[in-house]
Design a protein around this ligand. Structure first.
Ligand SMILES: [Zn+2]
Length: 279
């Protein structure tokens, strides 16, 4: 695909301003890898209804910790079978080009960005991720869910596996490291303040695959815009973030799938940063 003049200009302006290049990613980028989204047309909440949505809550975990874990492990197995796509791979290339000028804030819990190769240092997973668990007593930070669970889909031997879900330090139960619907963002677990500061340092902020159904992406884009960043939205369908980008000074929107658009955006940024003239 090729970019229109308005988008090329937006990228050029945003990159030459010298601030950070911040990507904010949402479910759309994962959907292109076959990961079920929550809210889309065949999203989990749409097809499974309120029953599914009520499972992703602290209330459900408090009442049925084992069922909650099992549901979570089903989701984890689902995303482990998905592979990063061209959009994820392009963002890995961009991090290598930009170094500390690069930041990635993702709403996705599937870890596809990390599995593709983006660093955990420059990637903020504001909703947590399926790969981690943490002590409910709060005694240690996030630890990886043991490898024994990788075979969960084929052989979910619950009585044997259950014991692996206790905190090794204090013996309390662990919980999945994801933000549930009845919980709030915090810095210690979800690095929400960090995400806000990263957005405030951006001179180019690209939102990708996020419907705006989760207000956090719009809030981060708003922080970036207020600090003078150029906004670009990538999404095949129209939404709040596209409108926000188009209304913002110098902003642009690309109505295309992430796996088509992101590699082209990254090529352009890369040639600009390396000082190669674009033909
Ligand atoms: Zn503990």
């Amino acid at each position: 695909m090729s970019l229109d003049d308005r988008t090329i200009e937006a990228i050029h302006t945003g990159v030459s301003a010298g601030g950070s290049v911040v990507f904010v990613s949402g479910a759309g980028i994962s959907a292109e890898s076959g990961v079920r989204t929550y809210r889309g047309e065949d999203g989990m909440w749409t097809t499974d209804g309120a029953a599914a949505m009520s499972k992703a809550t602290l209330a459900y975990f408090s009442r049925y910790p084992e069922r909650s874990w099992q549901w979570h492990l089903d989701r984890r197995a689902e995303v482990l079978s998905a592979e990063p796509n061209a959009a994820h791979e392009a963002l890995v290339r961009l991090e290598a080009v930009l170094g500390d000028r690069f930041a990635l804030i993702t709403q996705n819990v599937d870890r596809l960005h990390i599995r593709a190769g983006n660093s955990t240092r420059r990637t903020v997973e504001i909703h947590g991720h399926y790969g981690g668990m943490r002590c409910t007593a709060g005694c240690v930070g996030v630890v990886p869910i043991p490898n024994e669970f990788d075979a969960w889909r084929d052989e979910p031997n619950w009585p044997k596996l259950r014991d692996l879900l206790v905190c090794l330090r204090c013996g309390f139960a662990t919980r999945p490291h994801v933000l549930w619907f009845d919980e709030f963002y915090d810095e210690a677990n979800y690095r929400m303040k960090t995400a806000g500061s990263l957005a405030a340092r951006a001179s180019l902020c690209v939102t990708v695959g996020t419907s705006g159904g989760v207000p956090v992406a719009a809030r981060l884009a708003g922080i970036a815009a207020k600090a003078g960043a150029v906004l670009i939205d990538v999404n095949p369908t129209d939404g709040d973030l596209r409108q926000l980008a188009l209304r913002s000074p110098g902003g642009a929107a690309i109505a295309a799938p992430a796996s088509d658009a992101i590699p082209v955006i990254v090529d352009l940024i890369e040639s600009q940063v390396r000082g190669v003239d674009r033909i």
